[in-house]
Design a protein around this ligand. Structure first.
Ligand code: PHE
Length: 339
């Protein structure tokens, strides 16, 4: 029995040497180690072994099984290694890799982030409102009468149910004032606005604004001026001149348009209109007080300022972009310049 086992081992290991594919190695495994294999057949004969030899024969059985198993494993490993080597043959692993294309933030995203970051430093927090708005939030509550030109069908996208695509982010002023619990209110709301404009180099029917609103017991025009001057100097540079021109908005009184002075090399300085602002009209506080049914925004005791501006316009002025349509073309030759 011992010598039979020895010769089985020798035979098996010799046979292994001639096998060079997975199928024949599997056949070999079944032939020697399988349930009906030769080694298994020999182990079954343990019963016939006299008791005093059982220990030696058992040890030999184990030794032979281990030798065949590990011989098989070594062969399978070598086969796999040969396969791997073949699959990368001719590939030069020392060649430099192909660089992956790297994306970058859209100039509009960049300017929005800068605006939000700057105003957050002054204590403003983000607020939001729906882009499909009611006439109440977009116009009536903002003291904008029914015959105001902005409410005309030719200026605004209306839905069949009477709601509309908000024409400005000022509707978020109302959304906020209707729901906040306490003073002060200090919010900013960046977002899309919609107007029925002919599309050209300076107009899109969807554009982006950022709105700000600050309400408390003693907010003054000086706060408004200081906030905006700081803001525009952060965006356009510390020496930027900012000018307030009297204007009219239904929801602020007094109201102003804001110009910034741009200095371009080899060109005369220009004042460019950039934002609208003003002190919240008491009529707005009266509207939201009626909806709220409390006196948190009693027009007699609170004051506030608001401003709003186009982010697209901000980006265009900052980067000298002459056609607003570049901002939505998704042409990587354009976008790459802001990476
Ligand atoms: N909503 C105005 C616009 O779209 C801008 C504005 C906002 C003016 C807040 C005053 C106060 O033109």
């Amino acid at each position: 029995m011992l010598s039979e086992l020895d010769s089985l081992k020798t035979e098996a290991l010799a046979a292994l040497g001639a096998l060079h594919d997975e199928a024949s190695l599997e056949a070999f495994r079944i032939d020697y180690l399988g349930k009906k294999g030769r080694l298994t057949a020999l182990s079954a004969r343990m019963r016939e072994v006299p008791p005093e030899q059982k220990k030696d024969v058992g040890a030999k059985l184990n030794e032979v099984r281990e030798a065949i198993t590990s011989g098989l494993e070594v062969h399978l490993g070598a086969l796999q290694a040969a396969k791997d080597a073949a699959s990368v043959a001719g590939v030069d692993l020392t060649l430099p890799g192909r660089p992956a294309d790297r994306g970058s933030l859209h100039p509009l995203t960049q300017i929005r982030d800068l605006a939000v970051r700057t105003l957050r430093r002054m204590g403003f927090t983000l607020a939001d409102g729906p882009e499909i708005e009611t006439e109440w939030h977009c116009f009536d509550a903002l003291n904008t009468p029914a015959d105001h030109p902005a409410r005309n069908e030719s200026d605004t996208f209306y839905l069949p149910d009477g709601r509309l695509l908000r024409t400005h982010t000022s509707s978020v002023q109302i959304r906020t004032l209707e729901t906040v619990k306490e003073l002060p209110v200090r919010i900013i709301a960046p977002g899309a606005a919609y107007r029925r404009d002919e599309i050209d180099a300076t107009h899109l029917s969807v554009f982006n604004q950022i709105e700000a609103l600050y309400v408390d017991h003693d907010v003054s025009l000086a706060d408004l001026k200081g906030t905006l001057e700081f803001f525009f100097r952060e965006v356009f540079g510390p020496k930027t001149a900012v000018r307030f021109r009297p204007h009219f908005f239904p929801f602020t009184e007094p109201s102003f348009e804001i110009d910034v002075k741009l200095e371009a090399k080899g060109r005369e300085d220009r004042w460019i209109e950039i934002a609208g602002c003003g002190m919240v009209d008491p009529a707005v506080f009266a509207s939201v007080s009626k909806t709220r049914g409390d006196l948190l925004f009693d027009p007699e005791t609170v004051t506030g300022f608001a401003f709003g501006m186009g982010l697209d316009r901000l980006a265009m002025i900052l980067h000298g972009i002459t056609d607003i349509r570049h901002l939505i073309d998704n042409d990587s030759r354009f976008l790459r310049q802001f990476a």
